[in-house]
Design a protein around this ligand. Structure first.
Ligand code: ZN
Length: 452
Protein backbone atom coordinates (compact mmCIF):
# COMPACT_ATOMS: atom_id res chain seq x y z
CA UNK A 1 0.00 0.00 0.00
CA UNK A 2 1.35 3.44 -0.89
CA UNK A 3 1.85 5.95 1.88
CA UNK A 4 -0.77 8.72 1.95
CA UNK A 5 0.67 12.12 2.84
CA UNK A 6 -0.91 13.90 5.81
CA UNK A 7 -1.34 17.02 3.75
CA UNK A 8 -1.10 17.90 0.11
CA UNK A 9 0.55 20.82 -1.60
CA UNK A 10 -1.02 21.93 -4.86
CA UNK A 11 1.87 20.32 -6.73
CA UNK A 12 1.23 16.97 -5.00
CA UNK A 13 -2.51 17.24 -5.67
CA UNK A 14 -1.76 17.98 -9.30
CA UNK A 15 0.34 14.81 -9.43
CA UNK A 16 -2.59 12.81 -8.04
CA UNK A 17 -5.04 14.30 -10.54
CA UNK A 18 -5.32 12.43 -13.83
CA UNK A 19 -6.89 15.09 -16.04
CA UNK A 20 -5.33 18.44 -15.18
CA UNK A 21 -1.61 18.47 -15.95
CA UNK A 22 -0.64 22.05 -15.20
CA UNK A 23 -1.72 24.71 -12.73
CA UNK A 24 -0.16 28.19 -12.64
CA UNK A 25 -1.17 30.41 -9.72
CA UNK A 26 0.38 33.79 -8.95
CA UNK A 27 0.23 37.52 -9.43
CA UNK A 28 0.69 38.40 -13.10
CA UNK A 29 0.67 34.80 -14.38
CA UNK A 30 -1.88 35.65 -17.05
CA UNK A 31 1.10 36.41 -19.30
CA UNK A 32 2.12 32.75 -18.98
CA UNK A 33 -1.06 31.53 -20.69
CA UNK A 34 0.52 31.15 -24.17
CA UNK A 35 3.48 29.18 -22.73
CA UNK A 36 1.18 26.88 -20.76
CA UNK A 37 -0.98 26.45 -23.87
CA UNK A 38 2.02 25.54 -26.06
CA UNK A 39 3.30 23.03 -23.50
CA UNK A 40 -0.06 21.26 -23.55
CA UNK A 41 -1.27 21.64 -27.12
CA UNK A 42 1.75 22.59 -29.25
CA UNK A 43 1.04 24.81 -32.21
CA UNK A 44 -2.71 24.18 -32.42
CA UNK A 45 -4.60 27.45 -32.71
CA UNK A 46 -6.32 28.94 -29.65
CA UNK A 47 -9.77 30.49 -29.34
CA UNK A 48 -10.71 32.58 -26.32
CA UNK A 49 -14.18 31.98 -24.88
CA UNK A 50 -15.41 34.78 -22.61
CA UNK A 51 -18.37 37.02 -21.87
CA UNK A 52 -18.99 40.75 -21.74
CA UNK A 53 -17.53 40.94 -18.21
CA UNK A 54 -14.66 38.50 -18.36
CA UNK A 55 -13.29 39.69 -21.70
CA UNK A 56 -12.41 43.18 -20.43
CA UNK A 57 -11.37 41.75 -17.02
CA UNK A 58 -8.87 39.22 -18.41
CA UNK A 59 -9.70 38.02 -21.94
CA UNK A 60 -8.17 41.08 -23.56
CA UNK A 61 -4.90 40.54 -21.67
CA UNK A 62 -4.86 36.85 -22.64
CA UNK A 63 -5.42 37.77 -26.30
CA UNK A 64 -2.57 40.27 -26.18
CA UNK A 65 -0.27 37.69 -24.61
CA UNK A 66 -1.05 35.19 -27.41
CA UNK A 67 -0.49 37.87 -30.05
CA UNK A 68 2.82 38.92 -28.45
CA UNK A 69 3.89 35.25 -28.37
CA UNK A 70 3.04 34.91 -32.06
CA UNK A 71 0.73 31.98 -31.33
CA UNK A 72 -2.06 31.30 -33.89
CA UNK A 73 -5.39 32.47 -32.54
CA UNK A 74 -8.92 32.69 -33.90
CA UNK A 75 -11.25 35.61 -33.28
CA UNK A 76 -12.40 35.40 -29.60
CA UNK A 77 -15.92 34.11 -29.03
CA UNK A 78 -17.95 36.23 -26.60
CA UNK A 79 -21.30 35.30 -25.08
CA UNK A 80 -23.18 38.58 -25.43
CA UNK A 81 -26.12 37.76 -23.11
CA UNK A 82 -26.09 40.33 -20.25
CA UNK A 83 -27.00 37.90 -17.42
CA UNK A 84 -25.25 34.74 -18.61
CA UNK A 85 -26.15 31.40 -17.00
CA UNK A 86 -24.83 27.92 -17.71
CA UNK A 87 -27.69 26.89 -19.99
CA UNK A 88 -27.52 23.91 -22.26
CA UNK A 89 -28.53 26.04 -25.27
CA UNK A 90 -25.38 28.12 -24.79
CA UNK A 91 -23.28 24.96 -24.69
CA UNK A 92 -24.78 23.96 -28.05
CA UNK A 93 -24.07 27.42 -29.41
CA UNK A 94 -20.44 27.11 -28.31
CA UNK A 95 -20.16 23.64 -29.85
CA UNK A 96 -21.35 25.04 -33.18
CA UNK A 97 -18.74 27.80 -32.95
CA UNK A 98 -15.92 25.34 -32.19
CA UNK A 99 -16.96 22.51 -34.55
CA UNK A 100 -15.79 23.95 -37.92
CA UNK A 101 -12.14 24.22 -36.83
CA UNK A 102 -9.68 22.43 -34.55
CA UNK A 103 -8.75 25.30 -32.22
CA UNK A 104 -8.43 24.64 -28.50
CA UNK A 105 -10.68 26.74 -26.29
CA UNK A 106 -9.23 29.06 -23.67
CA UNK A 107 -12.10 29.60 -21.21
CA UNK A 108 -11.71 33.00 -19.55
CA UNK A 109 -14.18 33.26 -16.67
CA UNK A 110 -15.45 31.54 -13.55
CA UNK A 111 -18.06 28.82 -13.01
CA UNK A 112 -20.40 29.57 -15.91
CA UNK A 113 -17.87 30.03 -18.72
CA UNK A 114 -15.65 27.23 -17.43
CA UNK A 115 -18.48 24.68 -17.13
CA UNK A 116 -19.90 25.48 -20.57
CA UNK A 117 -16.49 25.31 -22.22
CA UNK A 118 -15.69 22.09 -20.34
CA UNK A 119 -18.78 20.36 -21.73
CA UNK A 120 -18.61 21.79 -25.27
CA UNK A 121 -14.91 20.86 -25.59
CA UNK A 122 -15.54 17.36 -24.25
CA UNK A 123 -18.30 16.77 -26.80
CA UNK A 124 -15.88 17.74 -29.56
CA UNK A 125 -13.25 15.46 -27.99
CA UNK A 126 -10.91 18.35 -27.31
CA UNK A 127 -9.07 19.36 -24.16
CA UNK A 128 -9.12 23.02 -23.07
CA UNK A 129 -7.31 25.61 -20.99
CA UNK A 130 -9.01 27.57 -18.21
CA UNK A 131 -8.07 31.10 -17.14
CA UNK A 132 -9.82 31.69 -13.79
CA UNK A 133 -11.22 35.15 -13.13
CA UNK A 134 -12.68 34.75 -9.61
CA UNK A 135 -12.28 32.52 -6.54
CA UNK A 136 -16.02 31.96 -6.65
CA UNK A 137 -16.37 28.14 -6.44
CA UNK A 138 -14.36 24.93 -6.45
CA UNK A 139 -15.28 23.67 -9.91
CA UNK A 140 -12.27 24.84 -11.94
CA UNK A 141 -10.26 21.70 -11.34
CA UNK A 142 -13.23 19.39 -10.81
CA UNK A 143 -14.44 16.90 -13.36
CA UNK A 144 -18.04 17.44 -14.45
CA UNK A 145 -20.00 20.51 -15.48
CA UNK A 146 -23.11 21.91 -13.80
CA UNK A 147 -25.48 22.95 -16.59
CA UNK A 148 -29.20 23.78 -16.66
CA UNK A 149 -30.89 21.32 -19.01
CA UNK A 150 -34.65 21.04 -19.56
CA UNK A 151 -35.26 23.41 -16.68
CA UNK A 152 -33.14 21.76 -14.02
CA UNK A 153 -29.50 22.01 -13.06
CA UNK A 154 -27.67 18.79 -13.88
CA UNK A 155 -24.12 17.54 -13.62
CA UNK A 156 -22.69 16.37 -16.94
CA UNK A 157 -19.67 14.13 -16.67
CA UNK A 158 -16.71 15.58 -18.56
CA UNK A 159 -13.02 15.94 -17.83
CA UNK A 160 -11.45 18.85 -15.96
CA UNK A 161 -9.33 21.34 -17.95
CA UNK A 162 -5.90 20.16 -19.11
CA UNK A 163 -4.40 23.29 -17.56
CA UNK A 164 -5.53 26.17 -15.33
CA UNK A 165 -4.03 29.65 -15.08
CA UNK A 166 -5.16 31.65 -12.02
CA UNK A 167 -3.81 35.19 -11.92
CA UNK A 168 -4.17 36.52 -8.36
CA UNK A 169 -4.26 40.14 -9.56
CA UNK A 170 -7.29 39.31 -11.73
CA UNK A 171 -8.94 37.24 -8.98
CA UNK A 172 -8.45 39.91 -6.32
CA UNK A 173 -10.20 42.37 -8.63
CA UNK A 174 -13.18 40.03 -9.23
CA UNK A 175 -16.47 41.93 -9.19
CA UNK A 176 -18.63 42.35 -6.10
CA UNK A 177 -18.69 39.49 -3.64
CA UNK A 178 -17.61 36.70 -6.01
CA UNK A 179 -14.63 35.74 -3.84
CA UNK A 180 -16.96 35.64 -0.81
CA UNK A 181 -19.08 33.08 -2.71
CA UNK A 182 -15.96 30.93 -3.01
CA UNK A 183 -15.13 31.45 0.67
CA UNK A 184 -18.57 30.09 1.66
CA UNK A 185 -18.11 27.13 -0.74
CA UNK A 186 -14.76 26.41 0.94
CA UNK A 187 -16.10 26.77 4.50
CA UNK A 188 -18.80 24.22 3.55
CA UNK A 189 -16.12 21.53 3.52
CA UNK A 190 -16.07 21.65 7.33
CA UNK A 191 -19.60 20.17 7.83
CA UNK A 192 -19.23 18.18 4.58
CA UNK A 193 -16.28 16.41 6.22
CA UNK A 194 -18.37 15.69 9.33
CA UNK A 195 -21.08 14.17 7.10
CA UNK A 196 -18.51 11.92 5.46
CA UNK A 197 -17.35 10.79 8.94
CA UNK A 198 -20.94 9.72 9.70
CA UNK A 199 -21.31 7.82 6.42
CA UNK A 200 -17.91 6.21 7.01
CA UNK A 201 -18.84 5.17 10.55
CA UNK A 202 -21.96 3.45 9.20
CA UNK A 203 -19.89 1.64 6.57
CA UNK A 204 -21.93 3.31 3.81
CA UNK A 205 -19.26 5.48 2.21
CA UNK A 206 -15.73 4.78 3.43
CA UNK A 207 -13.42 7.79 3.64
CA UNK A 208 -10.94 8.00 0.76
CA UNK A 209 -7.94 9.08 2.81
CA UNK A 210 -6.08 10.70 -0.05
CA UNK A 211 -9.03 12.86 -1.15
CA UNK A 212 -9.77 13.64 2.50
CA UNK A 213 -6.21 14.86 3.10
CA UNK A 214 -6.32 17.08 0.01
CA UNK A 215 -9.45 18.89 1.20
CA UNK A 216 -9.24 18.78 4.98
CA UNK A 217 -5.62 18.88 6.09
CA UNK A 218 -5.10 22.64 5.65
CA UNK A 219 -8.73 23.76 5.53
CA UNK A 220 -8.61 25.59 8.91
CA UNK A 221 -5.71 27.65 7.66
CA UNK A 222 -7.42 28.44 4.33
CA UNK A 223 -10.56 29.81 6.03
CA UNK A 224 -8.82 31.56 8.95
CA UNK A 225 -8.99 35.15 7.66
CA UNK A 226 -12.51 35.94 6.44
CA UNK A 227 -12.01 39.71 6.70
CA UNK A 228 -9.09 39.34 4.29
CA UNK A 229 -11.49 38.02 1.65
CA UNK A 230 -13.61 41.16 1.82
CA UNK A 231 -10.48 43.35 1.93
CA UNK A 232 -8.98 41.50 -1.07
CA UNK A 233 -5.78 40.69 0.84
CA UNK A 234 -3.23 39.06 -1.53
CA UNK A 235 -2.17 36.35 0.94
CA UNK A 236 -5.76 35.48 1.91
CA UNK A 237 -7.01 35.41 -1.67
CA UNK A 238 -4.09 33.15 -2.53
CA UNK A 239 -5.03 30.72 0.26
CA UNK A 240 -8.67 30.81 -0.84
CA UNK A 241 -7.89 29.87 -4.43
CA UNK A 242 -5.47 27.21 -3.23
CA UNK A 243 -8.17 25.63 -1.03
CA UNK A 244 -10.72 25.72 -3.84
CA UNK A 245 -8.31 24.20 -6.37
CA UNK A 246 -7.40 21.43 -3.90
CA UNK A 247 -11.12 20.68 -3.52
CA UNK A 248 -11.42 20.37 -7.29
CA UNK A 249 -8.37 18.10 -7.51
CA UNK A 250 -9.78 15.90 -4.75
CA UNK A 251 -13.03 15.50 -6.72
CA UNK A 252 -11.00 14.82 -9.86
CA UNK A 253 -8.90 12.20 -8.08
CA UNK A 254 -11.82 10.47 -6.33
CA UNK A 255 -14.35 10.91 -9.19
CA UNK A 256 -16.93 11.91 -6.63
CA UNK A 257 -18.19 15.14 -5.11
CA UNK A 258 -18.53 13.49 -1.67
CA UNK A 259 -15.20 14.94 -0.58
CA UNK A 260 -16.47 18.51 -1.07
CA UNK A 261 -20.20 18.26 -0.60
CA UNK A 262 -22.56 17.15 2.17
CA UNK A 263 -25.95 18.21 3.55
CA UNK A 264 -25.11 21.90 3.13
CA UNK A 265 -24.97 21.40 -0.65
CA UNK A 266 -28.33 19.60 -0.64
CA UNK A 267 -30.03 22.79 0.55
CA UNK A 268 -28.47 24.64 -2.38
CA UNK A 269 -29.42 21.88 -4.86
CA UNK A 270 -32.98 21.89 -3.52
CA UNK A 271 -33.33 25.64 -4.09
CA UNK A 272 -31.80 25.25 -7.55
CA UNK A 273 -34.35 22.58 -8.41
CA UNK A 274 -37.12 24.83 -7.08
CA UNK A 275 -35.78 27.61 -9.39
CA UNK A 276 -35.49 29.89 -6.38
CA UNK A 277 -34.75 33.53 -7.15
CA UNK A 278 -34.25 36.53 -4.91
CA UNK A 279 -34.57 40.09 -6.20
CA UNK A 280 -34.96 38.72 -9.71
CA UNK A 281 -31.86 36.48 -9.79
CA UNK A 282 -30.75 33.12 -8.44
CA UNK A 283 -28.53 33.65 -5.36
CA UNK A 284 -24.95 32.45 -5.90
CA UNK A 285 -24.07 28.80 -5.31
CA UNK A 286 -21.67 29.85 -2.54
CA UNK A 287 -24.20 31.92 -0.62
CA UNK A 288 -26.84 29.19 -0.75
CA UNK A 289 -24.21 26.71 0.45
CA UNK A 290 -23.23 29.18 3.20
CA UNK A 291 -26.76 29.12 4.64
CA UNK A 292 -26.70 25.34 4.17
CA UNK A 293 -23.43 25.21 6.15
CA UNK A 294 -25.09 26.92 9.10
CA UNK A 295 -28.20 24.73 8.81
CA UNK A 296 -26.14 21.54 8.65
CA UNK A 297 -23.90 22.58 11.54
CA UNK A 298 -26.92 23.53 13.67
CA UNK A 299 -28.26 20.01 13.15
CA UNK A 300 -24.89 18.42 13.88
CA UNK A 301 -24.71 20.40 17.12
CA UNK A 302 -28.18 19.22 18.19
CA UNK A 303 -27.20 15.60 17.54
CA UNK A 304 -23.90 16.05 19.39
CA UNK A 305 -25.97 17.14 22.38
CA UNK A 306 -28.07 13.95 22.15
CA UNK A 307 -27.14 10.81 24.12
CA UNK A 308 -27.21 8.54 21.05
CA UNK A 309 -25.23 5.95 23.03
CA UNK A 310 -28.57 5.34 24.82
CA UNK A 311 -30.64 5.27 21.63
CA UNK A 312 -33.70 2.98 21.74
CA UNK A 313 -32.92 1.16 18.50
CA UNK A 314 -35.99 -1.10 18.63
CA UNK A 315 -38.31 1.89 19.04
CA UNK A 316 -36.66 3.62 16.04
CA UNK A 317 -37.07 0.48 13.90
CA UNK A 318 -40.68 -0.01 14.97
CA UNK A 319 -41.48 3.58 14.01
CA UNK A 320 -39.62 3.41 10.66
CA UNK A 321 -42.07 4.07 7.79
CA UNK A 322 -42.28 1.84 4.72
CA UNK A 323 -40.81 3.11 1.46
CA UNK A 324 -44.34 3.70 0.13
CA UNK A 325 -45.16 5.80 3.16
CA UNK A 326 -41.98 7.82 2.59
CA UNK A 327 -42.82 8.39 -1.04
CA UNK A 328 -46.31 9.55 -0.09
CA UNK A 329 -44.67 12.08 2.25
CA UNK A 330 -42.32 13.11 -0.55
CA UNK A 331 -45.33 13.89 -2.74
CA UNK A 332 -46.79 16.01 0.02
CA UNK A 333 -43.52 17.91 0.64
CA UNK A 334 -42.26 18.26 -2.92
CA UNK A 335 -45.40 18.39 -5.08
CA UNK A 336 -45.89 16.14 -8.08
CA UNK A 337 -43.32 17.69 -10.46
CA UNK A 338 -39.69 16.99 -11.37
CA UNK A 339 -38.51 17.05 -7.76
CA UNK A 340 -40.76 14.13 -6.87
CA UNK A 341 -39.18 12.10 -9.66
CA UNK A 342 -35.71 12.93 -8.33
CA UNK A 343 -36.72 12.05 -4.76
CA UNK A 344 -38.35 8.77 -5.82
CA UNK A 345 -35.15 7.67 -7.54
CA UNK A 346 -32.64 8.99 -5.00
CA UNK A 347 -34.48 8.27 -1.76
CA UNK A 348 -35.47 4.76 -2.87
CA UNK A 349 -31.78 4.06 -3.55
CA UNK A 350 -30.76 4.98 0.01
CA UNK A 351 -33.84 3.72 1.87
CA UNK A 352 -32.81 1.11 4.45
CA UNK A 353 -35.09 -1.78 5.35
CA UNK A 354 -35.91 -2.12 9.06
CA UNK A 355 -33.18 -4.79 9.35
CA UNK A 356 -30.59 -2.55 7.69
CA UNK A 357 -31.71 0.36 9.86
CA UNK A 358 -31.28 -1.75 13.00
CA UNK A 359 -27.72 -2.61 12.01
CA UNK A 360 -26.88 1.03 11.24
CA UNK A 361 -28.33 2.35 14.48
CA UNK A 362 -26.59 -0.30 16.57
CA UNK A 363 -23.33 0.78 14.95
CA UNK A 364 -23.98 4.44 15.68
CA UNK A 365 -24.91 3.60 19.26
CA UNK A 366 -21.77 1.57 19.83
CA UNK A 367 -19.43 4.13 18.25
CA UNK A 368 -21.14 7.31 19.37
CA UNK A 369 -18.88 8.30 22.33
CA UNK A 370 -15.80 8.12 20.11
CA UNK A 371 -17.51 9.40 16.97
CA UNK A 372 -18.96 12.37 18.83
CA UNK A 373 -15.46 13.47 19.87
CA UNK A 374 -14.17 13.17 16.32
CA UNK A 375 -17.15 15.13 14.98
CA UNK A 376 -16.58 17.85 17.57
CA UNK A 377 -12.97 18.12 16.48
CA UNK A 378 -14.00 18.36 12.81
CA UNK A 379 -16.83 20.91 13.13
CA UNK A 380 -16.52 24.62 13.74
CA UNK A 381 -18.98 26.03 16.31
CA UNK A 382 -22.06 27.71 14.91
CA UNK A 383 -21.26 31.14 16.36
CA UNK A 384 -17.74 31.02 14.87
CA UNK A 385 -19.15 30.07 11.45
CA UNK A 386 -21.65 32.91 11.59
CA UNK A 387 -18.94 35.40 12.45
CA UNK A 388 -16.65 34.09 9.70
CA UNK A 389 -19.34 34.21 7.02
CA UNK A 390 -20.39 37.68 8.13
CA UNK A 391 -16.79 38.97 8.09
CA UNK A 392 -16.32 37.57 4.60
CA UNK A 393 -19.40 39.49 3.45
CA UNK A 394 -21.62 36.40 3.11
CA UNK A 395 -25.23 36.06 4.37
CA UNK A 396 -25.92 34.37 7.72
CA UNK A 397 -29.71 34.47 7.79
CA UNK A 398 -31.89 32.71 5.20
CA UNK A 399 -33.94 35.86 4.54
CA UNK A 400 -30.80 37.41 3.02
CA UNK A 401 -31.11 34.96 0.13
CA UNK A 402 -34.91 35.19 0.01
CA UNK A 403 -35.74 32.05 2.01
CA UNK A 404 -38.06 32.59 4.98
CA UNK A 405 -37.59 30.50 8.11
CA UNK A 406 -40.65 28.32 7.64
CA UNK A 407 -39.44 27.46 4.19
CA UNK A 408 -35.96 26.68 5.54
CA UNK A 409 -37.47 24.44 8.19
CA UNK A 410 -39.35 22.54 5.51
CA UNK A 411 -36.15 22.35 3.45
CA UNK A 412 -34.54 20.09 6.08
CA UNK A 413 -37.10 17.39 5.29
CA UNK A 414 -37.11 18.06 1.57
CA UNK A 415 -33.31 18.04 1.27
CA UNK A 416 -33.16 14.67 3.02
CA UNK A 417 -35.01 13.13 0.08
CA UNK A 418 -33.25 14.42 -3.02
CA UNK A 419 -29.91 12.67 -3.06
CA UNK A 420 -28.64 9.15 -2.54
CA UNK A 421 -25.94 10.30 -0.12
CA UNK A 422 -25.90 9.72 3.63
CA UNK A 423 -25.54 13.02 5.49
CA UNK A 424 -26.42 14.41 8.92
CA UNK A 425 -30.04 14.83 7.80
CA UNK A 426 -30.29 11.05 7.43
CA UNK A 427 -28.91 10.43 10.90
CA UNK A 428 -31.55 12.75 12.34
CA UNK A 429 -34.30 11.13 10.23
CA UNK A 430 -33.28 7.56 11.05
CA UNK A 431 -32.98 8.23 14.78
CA UNK A 432 -36.43 9.87 14.67
CA UNK A 433 -35.07 13.16 15.99
CA UNK A 434 -35.23 15.63 13.08
CA UNK A 435 -38.40 17.40 14.23
CA UNK A 436 -37.14 17.72 17.80
CA UNK A 437 -33.82 19.14 16.56
CA UNK A 438 -35.66 21.65 14.38
CA UNK A 439 -37.97 22.64 17.24
CA UNK A 440 -34.79 23.82 18.93
CA UNK A 441 -33.08 25.37 15.88
CA UNK A 442 -36.20 27.37 15.01
CA UNK A 443 -37.32 27.83 18.65
CA UNK A 444 -36.86 30.85 20.92
CA UNK A 445 -33.30 29.89 21.96
CA UNK A 446 -32.26 28.50 18.59
CA UNK A 447 -30.30 29.85 15.65
CA UNK A 448 -33.30 31.07 13.67
CA UNK A 449 -36.35 31.61 15.96
CA UNK A 450 -39.67 31.53 14.13
CA UNK A 451 -41.95 34.06 15.80
CA UNK A 452 -45.65 33.30 15.72
ZN1 ZN B 1 -19.96 23.90 -4.00
Amino acid sequence: MTEIPESFSLAEALQAADQTRCLEIGAGVIGAAPRVFRQQFGQRPAIIVADLNTFPAAGQAVAEAFRAAGHPMLEPFLFRVPDLHAEHSHVEELESVLRPHSAIAVAVGSGTINDMTKLASHRLERPYLCVATAASMDGYTAYGASITFEGSKQTFFCPAPAAVVADLDVIRAAPGLMNSWGYADLLAKVPAGADWMLADALGLDPIDRRAWAMVQSRLRDFVADPAGIRDRSPATTSRLIEGLMLGGFAMQASKSTRVASGAEHLFSHLWDMQHHTHNGAAPSHGFKVGIGTLASTALHERLLASPLEQLDVEACCAAWPSLDAWLARAREWLGAGNLLGVATREFSAKYPTAAQLREQLLRIKAHWPDLRERLRAQLLPLDALRRMLREAGAPVDPEEIGIDRRRLRQAFWQASLIRNRFVVLDLAVRTGSLDACMDHIFGPDGLWPIRE
